[in-house]
Ligand binder design. Structure first.
Ligand code: PEP
Ligand code: MG
Length: 539
């Protein structure tokens, strides 16, 4: 048994098998095999496994993204079964007397270079497919054999996880995350919180742990590998208790979000997509206070069309059946990179070309999203929220574009909610400081404390080395929140918090006293926050 220390970002206990998630499959070495026939058989077996995986992925994709999008996996199956690929691998093994890994990597490179040099756009595009299938076979040969994603419930360990990787994983198979890098406010941490699974960062993970039994203690911030019997029994008991506590909180379902002195609070939940709505309803949130629409873009290989976006927003609005759904417009850039946007490398991406800045410089992308949002507003209680605001001028530009899109829809006879609420996120010190002016231009404020803290303290929310000074209770941030609430109320609008701080139970009562009107938190935090609101007073 061995214990390793880390920083807990989501509390709770998980017990399960360790799965090592690796982006790079390791260095392919050229080696001389002991038995050429056995090497060829090894390749054949790996190819069969890869073909089976592709068959499974095709079936999953067919159900989740439809026939047109799933077709690519059929193409991969064809390319892998094709003689060109196989003959080349076998030929290299035989004539150069080398291992299967080397022959597959060389074949992948050769064929991909060949396709890349072709004139025809269709064949050019096959270059990436050749790379993809050779990597799949390599992954099997090098012991992955699992499509690099867990197939059963596991504790996932990784150097780091990007949001785009996390969203692609099957949530039912994740008991816990443990990473070496990352920080409490990173988007991967937010996803862990949304899923309500214990998570640790800053652990010196080791590849050798793969397949061993592990325990994650998100209360103490430790990972235990190969627990002895007594420790296992102790944690099994804790897991049972955890389930019981959850059952107790469940008794708060259906109760009102009201303080001891009678102030009603809007207690909403944050989501990343349609798939999260079930948890919102299960945890009895009274609305959605932040729909991070950029996940639609992150999950896609190309710009999601107006129709695709409309479908997603409409579904969420309808599933919420008249409850408020606040959808934030595209907030990519910084740690949320989307390849097809070609944003380019920046020295300071968090201070760079991101969120509303992209939307205002590329109004076509923005208008497509606004059309989809407005069309969906005819099907439920949608509000729109704009991220990363720093000036009145930006809000004026947004309003102009929004007005133009509404006029366009009207002229086309397309219905939408003409009284749709439009608010802004307050997540820069600039916006907080001029919130008196901004309040006169919008319908509501939602304070993004993750970025507001990052920019106020000049502490990169992604940087694990700065965890110790990333003081989430810093007085500067709390004073800004108070100022924003005061300015919102003076202008007759409401102010809420949708950053992670909103679910910090140590601050709930202070937020009530500051006059916060809304808290939007991860679904799993709705009931604990409800309990705290009901025990707090605004006086
Ligand atoms: C925030 O910055 O607090 C916020 C809610 O937005 P995100 O975490 O997506 O940047
Ligand atoms: Mg933000």
């Amino acid at each position: 048994m061995a214990k390793f220390k880390g920083k807990a970002i989501v509390k709770g206990v998980a017990i399960g098998k360790i799965f090592f998630y690796s982006k790079d499959k390791g260095q392919v070495r050229r080696e001389k095999p002991a038995d050429l026939e056995a090497e060829k058989a090894r390749y054949e077996a790996a190819k069969e496994t890869a073909l089976e995986q592709l068959g499974e992925i095709y079936e999953k994709a067919l159900k989740e993204v439809g026939e047109e999008n799933a077709a690519i996996f059929e193409v991969h199956q064809m390319l892998l079964a094709d003689d060109d690929f196989n003959d080349s691998v076998i030929n290299i093994i035989e004539t150069e007397n080398v291992n299967a890994e080397y022959a597959v990597a060389r074949t992948g490179d050769n064929l991909s270079d060949m396709f890349a040099a072709m004139e025809d756009e269709y064949f050019k595009a096959r270059a990436a497919d050749m790379k993809d299938i050779s990597e799949r076979v390599l992954n099997v040969l090098m012991g992955g054999g699992n499509d690099n994603a867990p197939k059963e419930p596991v504790i996932l360990i990784a150097e780091d996880l990007a949001p785009s990787e996390t969203v692609q994983m099957d949530k039912a198979n994740l008991l816990s995350f443990v990473t070496r890098l990352g920080s409490s406010n990173s988007h991967t941490a937010i996803l862990a919180r949304n899923m309500d699974i214990p998570a640790l960062i800053g652990v010196d993970i080791e590849k050798e742990w793969a397949g061993k039994q592990g325990i994650v203690d998100g209360n103490k911030g430790i990972l235990i590998i190969d627990p002895d019997e007594a420790t296992l029994a102790e944690y099994e008991e804790k897991l049972e208790k955890q389930k019981e506590e959850k059952a107790l909180l469940a008794a708060l379902k259906g109760q009102e979000d009201v303080t001891l002195d009678g102030k009603h609070i809007k207690l909403y939940a944050n989501i990343g997509g349609v798939g999260d709505v079930a948890d919102v309803l299960k945890n009895d949130a009274k609305g959605i206070g932040l729909f991070r629409s950029e996940f639609l873009y992150l999950e896609s290989d190309d710009f999601p069309t107006e129709e695709q976006q409309f479908e997603a927003y409409r579904k969420v609005a309808q599933m919420m059946a008249g409850k408020k759904v606040i959808i934030r417009t595209l907030d990519i850039g910084a740690d949320k990179q989307v390849e097809y946007f070609n944003l380019g490398k920046e020295d300071n991406p968090a201070l760079g070309y991101r969120a509303i800045r992209i939307c205002l410089q590329q109004p076509d992308i923005f208008k497509t999203q606004l059309r989809a949002l407005l069309r969906a507003s005819a099907y439920g209680n949608i509000a729109i929220m704009y991220p990363m605001i720093i000036s009145e001028n930006e809000v004026m530009q947004i309003k102009e574009i929004s007005r133009a899109v509404k006029a366009e829809l009207k002229s086309e006879g397309i219905p939408f909610d003409e009284n749709i609420e439009e608010g802004i996120m307050i997540e820069t010190p600039a916006a907080a400081i001029i919130s008196d002016k901004l309040a006169k231009l919008v319908d509501f404020f939602s304070i993004g404390t993750n970025d507001l803290t990052q920019y106020t303290l000049a502490v990169d929310r992604q940087n694990a080395k700065l965890e110790s000074i990333a003081d989430t209770h810093h007085e500067a941030v709390l004073r800004l929140i108070e100022l924003v609430c005061k300015n919102a109320h003076a202008a007759g609008i409401w102010a809420g918090i949708c950053g992670e701080l909103g679910s910090d139970l140590e601050l709930t009562e202070r937020f009530m006293k500051m006059g916060v009107d809304e808290l939007s938190v991860s679904s799993s935090r709705v009931l604990p926050v409800r309990k705290k609101i009901r025990e707090s007073s605004t006086k």
